[in-house]
Design a binder for this molecule. Structure first.
Ligand code: F6P
Length: 341
């Protein structure tokens, strides 16, 4: 079979492991021809592609980023994009396309699948917010990076008797904040699922200083917001695709806490460090299994599905189900982490 593969949306540790696995399983076990599209759907629509051979994926398993490049361009955003993609797929004689992407990519993949393109998706995002899969690869790496940063920040915070307000990624959900905060023993965790109340948050941090503790660590997901009307709040701006740009909460919150507590506070934005670098062993294994099962799905003709980890199995889930809702952090998980909400 002739199979196209592309990586779309924000990159994520483990993408190369999927690409490698797709090539190995396809070429070695099925005699497939694998075509890699550059920079996501942009390369697909502009005809930028190259053959992926065993040689071209040699040594990439542990590499961060994606050898194919990525972009946030989705055919459904462009005029006639879906029709052009369909035509291009036919012109190239592709039997299947495997887009590897997050929420936006999977929504676009569903539209194209509905239009008749033979698609098997692979979910990826460090945010871990795809509902039908227990975990997405990249998440474990991001949590490890954030946890190490939090551990390091504790010692400098203690030396200076400061409050560190640490912003992690998570546009819509607080999975990274929750897990890294829990792993590092953060004193407060702020997530998008529950708007925070600044007075309650201040009280938690103050109570810690009252107990003669010398520092406090507050972890916040980038998409978290205060309860409306409880503090002055500046909304983020938009990027060229209309996506919200964050990187504001740590700065705003540290300013507010410093003012309310009379203690030095510093914002730390971990940003894209959470997405860069080599994937953890867990993410490499999950990504490799997703690639293997994507090829199996193609050979079974199970188009319109994505691979998903459910328990210890990799199952196929219809795209419609995969994009129906985001996986948010449930209330019980806040309670376990003693989150300030
Ligand atoms: O979706 C993953 C994610 O890492 C979000 O948590 C974050 O808001 C976004 O990507 C940042 O994307 P970009 O690289 O386009 O700034």
């Amino acid at each position: 079979m002739r199979i196209g593969v592309l990586t779309s949306g924000g990159d994520c540790p483990g993408l190369n492991a999927v690409i490698r696995s797709v090539v190995h399983r396809g070429v070695v076990d099925h005699g497939d021809e694998i075509i890699g599209f550059e920079d996501g759907w942009r390369g697909f629509l502009e005809g930028h592609h190259r053959p992926l051979t065993l040689d071209s994926v040699s040594g990439i398993l542990a590499q961060g980023g994606t050898i194919l490049g990525s972009s946030r361009v989705q055919p459904s955003h462009l005029r006639d994009g879906v029709e052009r993609a369909k035509q291009y797929c036919a012109d190239l004689g592709l039997d299947a396309v495997i887009p590897i992407g997050g929420e936006g990519t999977l929504k676009a993949a569903k539209l194209m699948s509905d239009a008749g393109l033979p698609i098997v998706g692979v979910p990826k995002t460090i945010d871990n917010d795809i509902a039908c899969t227990d975990v997405t690869f990249g998440f474990d790496t991001a949590v490890s990076v954030a946890t190490e940063a939090l551990d390091r920040l504790k010692t400098t915070a203690e030396s200076h008797q400061r409050v560190m307000v640490v912003e992690v990624m998570g546009r819509h959900t607080g999975w990274i904040a929750l897990n890294a905060g829990m792993a590092a023993g953060a004193h407060a965790i702020v997530v998008p699922e529950r708007p925070f109340h600044i007075e309650k948050l201040t009280a938690v941090v103050r109570e810690r200083f009252d107990r003669q503790k010398k520092f406090a660590i507050v972890v916040c997901a980038e998409g978290a917001k205060p309860e409306p009307g409880t503090m002055h709040w500046e909304e983020g701006s938009k990027d060229i695709y209309g996506h919200e740009r964050f990187t504001g909460i740590a700065t705003q919150l540290s300013r507010e806490l410093e003012h309310r507590l009379g203690k030095e506070a510093r914002p730390v934005i971990l940003g894209h460090t959470q997405r860069g670098g080599t994937p953890t062993a867990y993410d490499r294994v999950l990504a490799t299994r997703f690639g293997w099962h994507a090829i199996e799905a193609v050979h079974k003709g199970a188009f319109g599905h994505i691979t998903a980890l459910q328990g210890t199995n990799i199952n196929l889930v219809p795209l419609a189900e995969a994009v129906a809702e985001l996986k948010t952090v449930p209330q019980e998980r806040y309670v376990e982490a003693e989150t300030v909400i």
